[in-house]
Design a protein around this ligand. Structure first.
Ligand code: COS
Length: 382
C-alpha cells in the first residue's frame, strides 16, 4: 500500500539526512577499502532499509513500488555501493520468496531478511548463462525428499555475506531451456556450498560480487520455490521488479551529479567568469537535466502502474534501458564539465563515471532490454 504523503515525506527526509550526513562523507573511504563499515550496516538495519519491500506482517515496511523507488532515488545520491548492501534483500534476493513462496517458507525466512539479520543473494548467472538465462546448467537432481545441487554461478552480488540464496537450477536435464529450470532457497551455510573471494572490478567498491559453487549441496524439497519448472518465470518476474528499482537508483545518481556540476560550474572561473555562464556548459547541464527528468517520469509512472496491478515487463525494461543509458551520459558530461578535476580522483566524479557503467549491464544488458521491449511491443501490436 502506498504511504500517505506525510509518512512518505518523513521517511524520505530521514533517508535523505542519513545519505547526506552519514554516507556521503564515507564515499572515499568505502571506495578505497572496498568495504562498508559494520556500524553503517547496523544503522541501515535500524532504519529498516533491509525490509523496505518485505510485507509488514513479516516485519518489513511493505512499501509500494513507487515508495521503494523514491527511496532508491535518495540512495542514488551517494555511492551506489551503499544501496547494494541492502539492495538484494529488498529486490532480487527476496522477491522470489515474497512473490512465490508458501506461508511456511515466508514465515521461516522473511522476518530475518526484513531485519537484515539474513543477507540474501540471487544466484542465476553462470558462465554460459548470462543474457541467456534459460541456459542454466547448474543441476538439481531429486533424491528422496531432497534435491542435490551441482554447478557454479558467477558475479553473484552479496554472496560473501549471504545467509540465503535464491538459486536457479535445472531439475529436468532433458528440457534444455526455461521449462527445465526450478528455483530453490538455499541457506548460505549448506555443506558443499562455497563462495569465492570478491572480484576486483571497475567500480562500486564496497559492493561485492563472487563466484558461488555447489558441490553436492543437499536442499530439502520443501525449499523449492513454486512448482518444478517454474524457476525461469520466477527469475524473470523478480527481474521485472528489480529493473524498476535500478532505474530509480540511476535517476538518483544523475540528480546528484547534476547538482555537483551546478555547484562546480558556479565556482570554477575561466575567462574571468564562472564556467556556468558559458552556453556550451549550460547545454550539457540542460541535456542532463532533461534526460534525468524524463527517466524519473517514466520510472515513477511504471512503478505506479505496477502498484495498480498492471504487467509492466515492457515498461520496466524501457525504464531500465533509458535510465541506465541516461546516467552514463550524465556521468560522462559531469567529467567534461569538471574537466581535469573530473579526471582526478579527489572530486569523486571519475568514481561515479566508473560506478554507473554496470547499470547498463546487470539485471539485463541494454541489448536485452531492447529485445524485451521489441518482443512485448510486437506482442501488444504497438
Ligand atoms: N514474466 C513472466 N514470464 C516470463 C517473462 C516475464 N518477464 N519473460 C519470459 N517469461 C516466460 C515466457 O512467457 C515463456 O513462458 P512459456 O514457455 O510458458 O511461454 C518462458 O518464460 C520462456 O521465455 P522466453 O521464451 O521469452 O525465454 P528466452 O530464452 O527467449 O529469454 C530473455 C528471454 C532473453 C528476455 C531472458 O532470458 C532475459 O531477460 N535475459 C536476461 C537476464 C538477466 O537480466 N540477467 C542478468 C543477471 S541477473 S542479475
Amino acid at each position: 500500500m502506498a504511504l500517505d504523503l506525510e509518512t512518505r515525506e518523513q521517511l524520505i527526509g530521514t533517508i535523505r539526512r542519513f545519505v547526506s550526513e552519514r554516507l556521503r562523507p564515507l564515499e572515499g573511504k568505502v571506495a578505497e577499502e572496498d568495504e562498508i563499515p559494520d556500524e553503517v550496516i547496523d544503522e541501515m538495519r535500524q532504519l529498516g532499509l533491509f525490509g523496505l519491500s518485505i510485507p509488514e506482517e513479516f516485519g518489513g515496511l511493505g512499501l509500494s513500488m513507487e515508495d521503494e523507488c523514491l527511496v532508491g532515488i535518495e540512495f542514488g545520491r551517494t555511492s551506489p555501493a551503499f544501496r547494494s548492501a541492502f539492495g538484494t534483500n529488498v529486490g532480487i534476493g527476496s522477491q522470489g520468496l515474497v512473490m512465490f513462496g508458501n506461508e511456511e517458507q515466508k514465515h521461516r525466512w522473511l522476518p530475518g531478511i526484513a531485519s537484515g539479520d539474513i543477507i540474501t543473494s540471487f544466484a542465476l548467472t553462470e558462465p554460459e548463462a548470462g543474457s541467456d538465462s534459460a541456459a542454466v546448467r547448474t543441476r538439481a537432481r531429486r533424491d528422496g525428499n531432497d534435491y542435490v545441487l551441482d554447478g557454479s554461478k558467477i558475479y553473484i552480488t552479496n554472496a560473501d555475506k549471504a545467509g540465503l540464496f535464491t538459486v536457479m537450477a535445472r531439475t529436468n536435464p532433458d528440457e534444455k531451456r526455461a521449462a527445465g529450470v526450478s528455483a530453490f532457497l538455499v541457506p548460505g551455510n549448506s555443506p558443499g556450498l562455497s563462495v569465492g573471494p570478491p572480484e576486483r572490478k571497475m567500480g562500486q567498491q564496497g559492493a561485492h560480487i563472487c563466484t558461488v559453487s555447489f558441490d553436492g549441496v543437499r536442499v530439502p524439497a520443501a525449499n523449492r520455490l513454486g512448482e518444478e519448472g517454474s524457476g525461469f518465470k520466477v527469475a524473470m518476474q523478480v527481474l521485472d521488479r528489480g529493473r524498476l528499482h535500478l532505474s530509480a537508483v540511476c535517476v538518483g545518481v544523475a540528480e546528484r551529479l547534476i547538482a555537483d556540476c551546478v555547484a562546480f560550474a558556479s565556482e570554477r572561473r575561466q575567462f574571468d567568469k564562472p564556467i556556468a555562464e558559458f552556453q556550451l556548459v549550460q547545454a550539457m547541464i540542460a541535456d542532463s537535466k532533461t534526460e534525468a527528468l524524463a527517466a524519473r517520469a517514466l520510472m515513477l509512472e511504471t512503478a505506479r502502474k505496477r502498484d495498480a496491478g498492471a504487467n509492466v515487463t515492457l515498461e520496466a525494461a524501457a525504464s531500465k534501458l533509458f535510465a541506465s543509458e541516461m546516467v552514463g551520459k550524465v556521468a560522462d558530461r559531469a567529467v567534461q564539465i569538471f574537466g581535469g578535476a573530473g579526471y582526478v580522483a579527489d572530486h569523486g566524479i571519475e568514481r561515479f563515471y566508473r560506478d554507473v557503467r554496470i547499470f547498463r549491464i546487470y539485471e539485463g544488458t541494454s541489448q536485452i532490454q531492447q529485445l524485451v521491449i521489441a518482443r512485448e511491443t510486437l506482442k501488444r501490436g504497438g
